[in-house]
Design a protein around this ligand. Sequence first.
Ligand code: GLA
Length: 431
Amino acid sequence: MRAASLFRERFGGEPDGVWLAPGRANLMGEHTDYNDGFVLPFALGQGVTAAAAVAAGPGSAGPGSAGPGSAGPGSAGGRLLTLCSRQEPDTVVEVPLDGLAPGQVTGWAAYPAGVAWALEAAGYPVPGACVAIDSDLPVGAGLSSSAALECATELALTALAGCDVSRADLVTIARRAENEFVGVPTGVMDQSASLRCQAGHALLLDCRSLEVAQVPFDPGAAGAALLLVNTRARHALSDGEYGRRRAQCEEAARRLGVPSLRSITDPAEVDRLDDPVLRRRARHVVADDRRVLEVVALLRSLGDPSPAAGAAAAGSAGSPAGSAGSPAGSAGAGDAYGEIGRLLSQAHASLRDDFEVSWPEADVAVEAALAAGAAGARMIGGGFGGSVLALAPSASLDAVRDAITSAFAERAWTAPEFLSATPADAARQVE
Ligand code: GLA
């Protein structure tokens, strides 16, 4: 990515460093995070980079001299956060940091500004700084580009200030930026994924205790592959619907007499809800929490160091034509991935029918993927637009891609975008 070159173009000096924060895909557990439940996301190779430097002094926005980003009238003497983005080529946004409050910054700049605000609210110093942003994550694709923007800025600002902040605290601060400064009532999954994932693993996050565990996740070793499908659809009703789902879940928990739906572990208990809508919402959340733990158990069964499990995993890794070619059919890793695929498809049906957050392009992509040999597929993220995650035998990947492309073409929909999804590392300094 080219954040450093953008920095040089806009600010006329060298950045002090470049920080990268990844987007995420979620293997299992959707709309469970704000119900205190479990999620199992993994970080993507794609993300947001921030090249940043401390501003030269009060009132100066450039790292060395007055440039296109220099402080405007009225800001002299105060700390400024000066922001530019390769995806917004015509704007340089100057955010006065002194007295910064929610509501003062809107649009994309609200995310980095919100992070500066939340860091200060948590007691960390924030210097005046110049930040150049670049991203290879499609916006609006449900891959957490907002959290990646927050987390890249957050690593940059804390490093510039010389602060050592734990990853757990960084998650809390970035989430606060999104909830209270930007004003979006999201859960804690996206920032956790961007800041705490490890390459080759999915992140099991208990959203009640905020404990995390790294779960080995290497579909390639079993001859399987993940495919991310950006359906390029974004539906107008998305905004209010997310908040409405949250409120419905809270109401369901209240009527069931529990602090949150996480406390319900027996699916039959949701039948106590008279209201059919609340019953469906709760059924999804309770079932998805269980599915997360089932997927974790399946993945851990592959990582079992016992000789028998080791031999099964090694065998499938070395023979793509064996269990690898038919995840649903044979022993070991193939079986586990076949089962994970089945759980993915089950989760999609639950999100579509019970939680009612799917959208036509996602349903069609899932059906086409399954018909072309995928082990499973589901919509990911908040819903009403965004991406689908499919799990398929590597040998079927081209067929799955072709089937989805044809299904979209038949309906005269914008062609989908396919992205690779290899579990990658969390946010870090890259230059
Ligand atoms: C969005 C939110 C997350 C989570 C998902 C649904 O991505 O940012 O906190 O609620 O939707 O699982």
